[in-house]
Design a protein around this ligand. Structure first.
Ligand code: HDE
Length: 710
């Protein structure tokens, strides 16, 4: 990539002042751009020459070709036409789901050789690194929607292995809504905006979605997850990832081991509150992408996940209470613990969002020798869909030749032609077998990818196996594995979503399912909606059973105690003590977190010692929801600057309502009093001197101060 030449970007007419900005090589020329007469710009001496797509040098990038001084623009102006033509075609169809995404390059490092269970290239040697590209996404919203929609997140990783590309296309939730791919278009239609009114976008809080759910009880397990805080991640760096389906690992002898893939974030799983999400979607709709961008610019803090495998055999599969081919079910970690086998590190943003993140084409069918499919019907359906959708999106069959999709190992075949082909077969041999010399590539019976020789038998029918019939037991297990505050959030989310449903019958049909999950949950949601009498409970195909709670399903039971990678918002006024501010900033950085100074004016404040402290945010642009913890450093003489500001009062009352750890100077208590907050709870820390900072930051590592809001 070539950086734009400063002269070329800077030399333009300011439309408001009518004056031309400086920085051009010729003041005379700059003054004349956009004014009368011809402007012949000499080629820049220290930058490349501007050309058309055909490489023809351009003499004037400011004026189109006219007949006469004030005459018509000429059709002959191929430079104008080519530029506009190319602009007109800048967009490609957005993904039909997972349209809004953000990606980064990185690598996978294997901790130990797994050659006894798989011959897959990334798992052969301890310490071996495989380059990767990972794309995170929301599912329902369009490309321009906000990051903190209540939604599932995609977590897709392309491994550029020495034996071809392996795509692990997963989500941050380990189960899926449906059991059969034939229902996928119905699910997505129901979840996206209604076709007549084209709203709501990026939200499932509407009649169509809940109508579908109420008629498809198999979806209720995943609905418990999407109503939980898992659907409101703090950032991509704080999400788990799951391959969802059961796959196979195949070793060099052809032996198969079943596997489920799990990504574990090093920083722990962390989520936002719904009320925070509402604030953030307004204040910073790019909250998640900005978080990843910022993290990658801090060289010392690369986002990292560990890869865990759940490995099991046919005996376990036969004995397990559910069908391992049913994607609406998970295998609790208590039954099959994770074996941690490697780590994924993201270390580089794409040079171009479009070229890489938009054009990356994940296909679940991309498996390498040593990894194989199972008969999970959903996975089989996906194997068709992903290839098909890439042709539509990327315009032809040669998308694997785009740099982001191209394997980083030799590619040889007899494919030819098609849109945008630029890898030709050399010579005459474009078929096989042939008797030419050289005759081109040949199949490798030993080293080539081979399907596991599973025995397949039985009548050809359209049916749903009976082993898929229990739709409620794991939904109940999920709900009952949560801490009370997490259960509250699930109930609140159901009340919110169902309150947006306009048709009573749909709402009641959803309510009819809830007693099968948990009668108390049903009663709470009915109460929250003001429904006096619960409808008759839906009759399950198979009666739900009580499964043991699984701690791994709760975010808070597994919380990682660290402030690393988090953000501290520091609201300041003039006249604050330098030692407190400096220590707070230094200690926050030392904890691996990021301090952000917020002030009533972006120019910042003047400290007690007369130092100008610049601000990163102006108060109105920085609701406390954007930060993991906050500090309010106000001086006695200037605290009135904050009490007068609605945004500052909201900053404080939101921080309290969202259970933030809060530090404050004695003088800042005036601001709290303005918000009706008297006294202090154990999540509030007075910062009178630098010595008070460590205690506060230690508390920040605990996350929220739940007792205040639970
Ligand atoms: Fe997808 N899904 N999906 N999906 N999916 C797509 O492919 C599909 C499913 C997932 O960042 C599409 O390139 C079907 C489960 C992710 O580019 C499409 C079925 C899981 C991404 C498609 C499923 C996923 C997609 C749309 C049911 C978790 C984004 C654009 C049989 C394991 C990848 C595209 C990226 C994208 C089809 C179910 C995850 C239409 C038919 C289950 C992370 O092909």
């Amino acid at each position: 990539m070539t950086a734009p030449h400063p002269d070329r970007t800077a030399g333009h007419n300011d439309p408001t002042t009518g004056r031309t900005t400086s920085g051009t090589t010729s003041t005379d020329r700059a003054a004349r751009i956009g004014q009368g007469g011809e402007v012949h710009q000499p080629p820049d001496t220290d930058g490349p020459r501007l050309t058309t797509a055909q490489g023809i040098p351009i003499s004037d990038n400011q004026n189109s070709l006219r007949g006469g001084h004030r005459g018509p623009t000429l059709l002959e102006d191929f430079i104008l036409r080519e530029k506009i033509f190319h602009f007109d075609h800048e967009r490609i169809p957005e993904r039909v789901v997972h349209a809004r995404g953000y990606g980064a390059h990185g690598f996978f490092e294997c901790y130990e050789s797994l050659s006894d269970i798989t011959r897959a290239a990334p798992f052969q040697t301890a310490g071996q690194r495989t380059p990767t590209f990972t794309r995170f996404s929301t599912v329902v919203g369009n490309k321009g929607s906000a990051d903190l929609a209540r939604d599932v997140r995609g977590f897709a990783t392309k491994f550029y292995t020495t034996e071809g590309n392996w795509d692990l296309v997963g989500n941050n939730i380990p189960v899926f809504f449906i059991q059969d791919p034939i229902k996928f278009p119905d699910l997505v239609h129901a979840a996206k905006e209604a076709p007549d009114r084209a709203f709501p976008q990026a939200a499932t809080a509407h009649d169509n979605f809940w109508d579908f759910i109420s008629l498809m009880p198999e979806s209720l397990h995943m609905v418990m997850w999407t109503m939980s805080d898992r659907a409101l991640p703090r950032g991509f760096r704080f999400m788990e990832g799951f391959g969802v389906h059961t796959f196979r690992l195949i070793n060099a002898d052809g032996a198969s081991t079943y596997v489920k893939f799990h990504w574990r974030p090093k920083l722990g799983v962390q989520s936002m509150l719904w009320d925070e999400a509402l604030r953030i979607n307004g204040a910073d709709p790019d909250f998640h992408r900005r978080d990843l961008w910022d993290a990658l610019r801090r060289a010392d803090d690369p986002p990292e996940w560990e890869l865990g495998l759940q490995l099991f055999d046919d005996d376990f599969a036969d004995a397990f209470a559910f069908d391992i081919l049913d994607s609406t079910k998970l295998i609790p970690e208590e039954e099959v613990p994770l074996r941690i086998v490697g780590r994924l590190v993201l270390d580089r943003m794409p040079d171009s969002h479009f070229n890489e993140t938009e054009q990356v084409a994940f296909c679940t069918q991309n498996v390498v020798p040593g990894i194989d499919f199972t008969n999970d019907p959903l996975l089989q359906g996906r194997n068709f869909s992903y290839l098909d959708t890439q042709v539509k999106r990327l315009g032809g069959p040669n998308f694997a030749q785009l740099p982001i999709n191209a394997p980083r190992c030799p590619v040889h075949n007899f494919f030819q032609g098609g849109h945008m082909q630029h890898r030709g077969t050399a010579g005459r041999a474009n078929y096989e077998p042939n008797s030419w010399s050289p005759g081109g590539p040949r199949a490798d019976p030993e080293g080539g990818v081979r399907a596991f020789a599973e025995t397949v038998s039985g009548p050809k029918r359209r049916l749903r196996p009976e082993s898929f019939a229990d739709h409620y037991s794991q939904a109940r297990q999920f709900y009952r594995s949560q801490l009370p505050v997490e259960q509250d959030h699930i109930a609140d989310a159901l009340v919110f979503e169902l309150s947006k449903v306009e048709v009573d019958a749909i709402r009641l049909r959803v309510l009819a399912h809830l007693p099968n999950i948990d009668p108390m949950l049903a009663a709470r949601v009915a109460d929250g909606l003001g429904v006096e009498d619960l409808p008759d409970t839906a009759i399950p195909m198979v009666d739900p059973v009580d499964l043991p709670p699984s701690d791994a399903l709760s975010i808070l039971k597994r919380q990682v105690q660290t402030f690393r990678g988090r953000r501290l918002g520091i609201l300041v006024t003039d006249g604050i003590e330098d030692a407190v501010l400096e220590t707070l900033i230094t200690a926050t950085l030392a904890a691996g977190a990021v301090p952000a100074v917020i002030a009533p004016r972006i120019g910042g404040v003047v400290t007690a010692a007369g130092v100008q402290q610049k601000a990163m945010f102006v108060t109105e642009a920085a609701p406390s929801a954007l930060f993991d913890a906050v500090a309010i450093l106000a001086s006695a003489e200037s605290v009135a600057d904050l009490t007068a500001l609605h945004a500052a009062r909201l900053f404080v009352s939101d921080a309290m309502a969202h259970g933030k750890m809060i530090a404050l100077t004695g003088s800042a208590q005036v601001l709290f009093a303005c918000c009706g907050i008297e006294g202090r709870d154990a999540g509030m820390f007075v910062l009178e001197s630098a010595a008070d900072v460590p205690g506060f930051l230690a508390a920040c590592a605990e996350g929220r101060f739940w007792p205040r809001i639970a």
